[in-house]
Design a protein around this ligand. Structure first.
Ligand SMILES: [Zn+2]
Length: 187
């Protein structure tokens, strides 16, 4: 006799297999790049070398509402998205305090991480993280593995969204996180 779980799971697993083909060397089939920059970047924040999928600022990517700052009905992306395989490890570059993520909407996934460094003057919001090993109040020393990349809350495959804000400043204070991430073109 089939248990109710296998009866329920069989069609779900079949659908999941159809919807998400196995990642290949070419990358996640759901990735869509809204930039001409094909450089692969390394960063002390993540393992490996990866491409930017959506840069900071006005973008033609269809996931954001039209923004008054942008022409032609384009939306505004408050961070940068870096495409990377699911499970890629994430480390903090600087000392940081983990801050609560309650104010973030579902677009960041269910378990985004917010790190704060008052001395350097940033809140760093990282969206689409999974397997998060830290909680609000934790103080992380540099080099701590604290989460992994996933596609949680994302329609466009596994990646991480890095959003730099001023300390406690909220979404409106978001600026280019490129320096904070110390992106370097892979040789
Ligand atoms: Zn993003």
């Amino acid at each position: 006799m089939r248990s109710w779980t296998s009866a329920l799971l069989a069609p779900v697993l079949l659908l999941a297999a159809l919807a998400t083909p196995a990642p290949s060397a070419a990358g996640d089939p759901d990735w869509v790049f809204y930039t001409s920059d094909k450089t692969r970047y390394t960063s002390p924040w993540f393992a490996g070398a990866h491409r930017i999928m959506i840069p900071f600022g006005c973008t033609r990517a269809p996931y954001y509402s039209p923004d008054p700052r942008c022409a032609d009905g384009r939306g505004f992306h408050h961070g940068i998205d870096v495409a990377m395989p699911c499970g890629t490890t994430l480390r903090n570059r600087y000392w940081a305090r983990v801050v609560g993520n309650d104010a973030l909407g579902p677009a960041y996934g269910a378990t985004p991480v917010v790190l704060r460094n008052r001395k350097r003057g940033f809140d760093l919001v990282i969206g689409h993280t999974r397997r998060v090993r830290v909680e609000p109040g934790d103080r992380l020393k540099p080099g701590t593995v604290f989460a992994r990349a996933s596609d949680d809350g994302a329609p466009d495959g596994c990646h991480l969204h890095f959003e730099k804000r001023s300390v406690g400043g909220g979404l409106a204070t978001a600026t280019w996180p490129r320096r904070l991430l110390r992106l370097q073109a892979a040789g």
